[in-house]
Design a protein around this ligand. Structure first.
Ligand code: GTP
Ligand code: MG
Length: 132
């Protein structure tokens, strides 16, 4: 997902270009504003964290671009392209190192396991919106 800060800053084409160069297949692509209850479900694992409210406010605060990627080892590969959650620790050349300045606004999101990918695809895409 390209988070609201990334969309607002016009980074969508740059990020899609990186995905294309990497060789992943885009099987779903959608610009949308996330409903609050969807965001709360999406970030459910962080419910008890002190920054949860801020996180939900941020992710619902403007359009995001939801992207469904397919490719060999795509979950770990996309997370490697994003870099560390905190951009100060992200490796040079990663999306977060190149574009993000804070932990809260770190440009992109990636599912962290096959289970969370399945859950998140179900939250953001309706049946029939993904290519076979
Ligand atoms: P996501 O792909 O967005 O899930 O990032 P991640 O898996 O690298 O990090 P994690 O799931 O642990 O946290 C989810 C998001 O919460 C992060 O991407 C940050 O934007 C935000 N976050 C995590 N820790 C903090 C924090 O201490 N303060 C604030 N403001 N945001 C945080
Ligand atoms: Mg996460």
């Amino acid at each position: 997902m390209i988070k609201p800060d990334g969309v607002r800053r016009g980074l969508t084409p740059e990020i899609l270009a990186r995905i294309q160069r990497k060789g992943y297949r885009v099987v779903g692509l959608k610009q949308m504003v996330i409903a609050r209850e969807t965001a709360e479900a999406h970030y459910g694992e962080h419910k008890e964290r002190p920054f949860f409210g801020e996180l939900v406010d941020f992710i619902t605060g403007g359009p995001v671009v939801a992207i469904a990627l397919e490719g060999e080892n795509a979950i770990a590969g996309w997370r490697a392209m994003m870099g560390a959650t905190n951009p100060a620790s992200a490796a040079p050349g990663t999306i977060r190192a190149d574009f993000a300045t804070s932990m809260g606004e770190n440009v992109t999101h990636g599912s962290d396991s096959p289970e969370s990918a399945a859950r998140e695809l179900g939250l953001f895409f309706a049946e029939g919106e993904l290519l076979a």
